[in-house]
Design a protein around this ligand. Structure first.
Ligand code: ATP
Ligand code: LTN
Length: 330
């Protein structure tokens, strides 16, 4: 029986956070046995903000090392760099012509990012979700494992694909977002009302995957909570402590009620240390493996070259079909 196809990616914008790990990579790892997995490093998407070229190159390889260190096995999953497969940019152009300005204006990420980078609201930022749709549709993906914040983009992808299929007949598989786990939206430690993000400028708001244990402990100790001092899950009234409970639950596998019982009468100080300790333990093997891989650029190059070849084979089939359907001479 044919396995279902997965495609997902992360932008190469620097240090990954605990949010990226719990919301995305950790789920990717679990899917490798049962699905045909394609995991991409979204370097083209990164160009929507201004990057230093050397930093971007470095971040791209860093992200590749991190995928592997986190347990994405290149023998089981196809790992590749988005810009190595020209079909992504080619299909994105075509899909742009089947996407409406009104749809793109409603995208929450566009609104957030244009507020953040008011001096650089470029058209790439606006059409960012169309490139993402091309990423997904080229591989005829069934499922797209992402964090909660990307659900809207996958829904737009479905709309574009359905619109295209309606005009030209079956061309694209209609993908589903696959959002899993208690930590599908990890919130900032200093601002628990917005998501933990790589590009957050608030000090101590994000846990980075390469943070040293003492830094992780310090950040959790400083996490904003409330004055009740009772470990109880209540997202509305107690967003800070609820976020910490979700993180602890995602890592240990313990249910929320169990955690509330376990820390009954213990206060926030003790709970924060327990959360920090489980995060430190979870990240340790990945941090060690990552350091080894970074010292082995030849191995990394072998993986991304092979990944690009495999990805091209699949992507070109879909692109050719689309070119023929819209009337381009192939
Ligand atoms: P940036 O700050 O550069 O916008 P980001 O931290 O939001 O980046 P992305 O590259 O946009 O990260 O996201 C990569 C993946 O991680 C996506 O699947 C996204 O849904 C997931 N993700 C990002 N932040 C979180 C979070 N706080 N909680 C859960 N999942 C998250
Ligand atoms: N926009 C995504 C990254 C991304 C992606 C994709 C995710 C680019 N292309 C295709 C899933 C499928 C983000 O996480 N910010």
């Amino acid at each position: 029986m044919n396995k279902k196809v997965i495609l997902s990616g992360i932008q190469a914008t620097g240090n990954l956070t605990l949010g990226n790990y719990l919301g995305a990579i950790n789920n990717w790892k679990k899917m490798q046995e049962d699905y045909d997995c394609n995991y991409m490093i979204a370097d083209l998407h990164t160009l929507t903000i201004r990057n230093n070229p050397d930093t971007l190159r470095n971040n791209t390889l860093d992200l590749l090392a991190l995928y592997i260190a986190a347990g994405i096995d290149p023998e089981k999953s196809n790992i590749f760099i988005q810009s190595h497969v020209a079909a992504h940019a080619e299909l994105a152009w075509i899909l742009n012509c089947y996407t409406y300005m009104g749809e793109l204006s409603r995208m929450t990420q566009f609104k957030d990012k244009s507020a953040k980078h008011a001096d650089n609201i470029n058209s790439g930022l606006f059409t960012y979700p169309v490139l993402m749709a091309a990423d997904i549709l080229l591989y005829q993906a069934d499922l797209v494992p992402v964090g909660e914040d990307q659900k809207q983009h996958v829904e737009l992808t479905r709309n574009i694909a359905e619109r295209f299929n309606k005009i030209y007949g079956d061309t694209f598989k209609i993908p589903e977002p696959y959002i899993q786990g208690v930590a599908a939206r990890v919130m900032g430690l200093q601002d628990p009302t917005s998501k933990m993000s790589k590009s957050s400028t608030i000090p101590n708001d994000s846990i980075f995957l390469n943070d040293e244990p003492d830094i992780i402990l310090k950040k959790f100790k400083k996490a904003i909570t409330d004055s009740e001092n009772i470990v109880r899950f209540d997202k509305e009234k107690k967003p800070g402590i609820s976020n910490l409970i979700s993180i602890y639950s995602a890592i240990t596998g313990e249910g929320k009620e169990n955690i509330e019982k376990k820390f009954d009468g213990k206060g926030y100080g003790e709970f924060k240390v327990a959360v920090a300790e489980c995060v430190i333990e979870e990240l340790k093997p990945m941090q060690n493996k990552y350091k080894e891989l970074k010292d082995n650029p030849d191995y990394l190059e072998k993986i991304y070259r092979r990944g690009a070849e495999r990805a091209k084979e699949i992507a070109i089939k879909t692109l050719k079909d689309v070119y023929e359907k819209v009337g381009l001479v192939w």
